[in-house]
Ligand binder design. Sequence first.
Ligand SMILES: NC(=O)c1ccc[n+]([C@@H]2O[C@H](COP(=O)([O-])OP(=O)(O)OC[C@H]3O[C@@H](n4cnc5c(N)ncnc54)[C@H](O)[C@@H]3O)[C@@H](O)[C@H]2O)c1
Length: 269
Amino acid sequence: MSHYPDLANKVVLVTGAGSGIGQALANRFADQGARVAVNDVDIEAASRTCAQISDVGGAAMSVPCDVASGEQVGVMFDQVESEWGHVEVLVNNAGLVGPMLHFFEANEEWWRRIIDVNLTGHFLCSHRAARPMARAGEGIIINMSSGGATRAHRSFTAYDATKGGIEAFTRALALDLGPYGIRVNALMPGSIDTSGLDADQRILRGENVPMGRIGEPFDMTGPALFLASNDAGYVTGDVIKVDGGMLAQQRSATVDIMPPSDFPPVEDL
Ligand SMILES: NC(=O)c1ccc[n+]([C@@H]2O[C@H](COP(=O)([O-])OP(=O)(O)OC[C@H]3O[C@@H](n4cnc5c(N)ncnc54)[C@H](O)[C@@H]3O)[C@@H](O)[C@H]2O)c1
């Protein structure tokens, strides 16, 4: 596994880091020696992630808030700045995945809350982070998209709209902030098990993935470190797919003409 010495001591803020992908990202950045501000709307969840980091000697600070509130986001950044200085790497990970509603069940409240958390949350945190980064002449913003930005999920009209918006936002923000030394990219997770699926569900979901397995939160961490590191110094406005090949495929293996079970065994090659 790669190690990025340039991430040591960096001030990294990960939103929605109380569980799932955000928690894995927070732990992996801390493992590189970064100082990690752990945000979540769920105060206890944020504290749990902080405890995981400090238990192994890492530097973590709990900064719970609702990323959909500009006021709360401002207080959160003030808190990080007063302890550690300005945020050098912002990971906009917080997102509401559900509830799933068919379009005929949807209502304005549902639509607005998902847009507020997923899309406006990205705007508010990036907006607050960008000026101090620009003054420093460098900074990293990593956004969190989804396959839904490109190929739709059923009963996810609001969610998919936010993810398409996040990819467009990523490109537009990269143009505005590039001259100030700030790189802006997005990660696009495929099917990542963050809800503790049982063994049968994991197999079923994995059959739909060219790599033959569902993703784990840890699978997201290497690409995030790369984007935050100097190795990605000329990468901006990009979306990196971390999906085991899902978006590359036309049909799932289970319905394809030649299922993987018909492939010649490696020893016959
Ligand atoms: N898991 C997947 O398969 C998958 C696929 C594509 C995209 N994603 C994206 O990855 C990100 C993380 O997803 P996950 O699967 O880890 O989800 P998760 O539900 O496990 O974690 C999301 C975290 O965000 C927090 N959160 C929710 N609303 C918030 C708010 N208003 N302010 C601050 N924190 C808030 C939640 O409390 C939770 O801890 C999301 O943006 C999601 O859309 C996930």
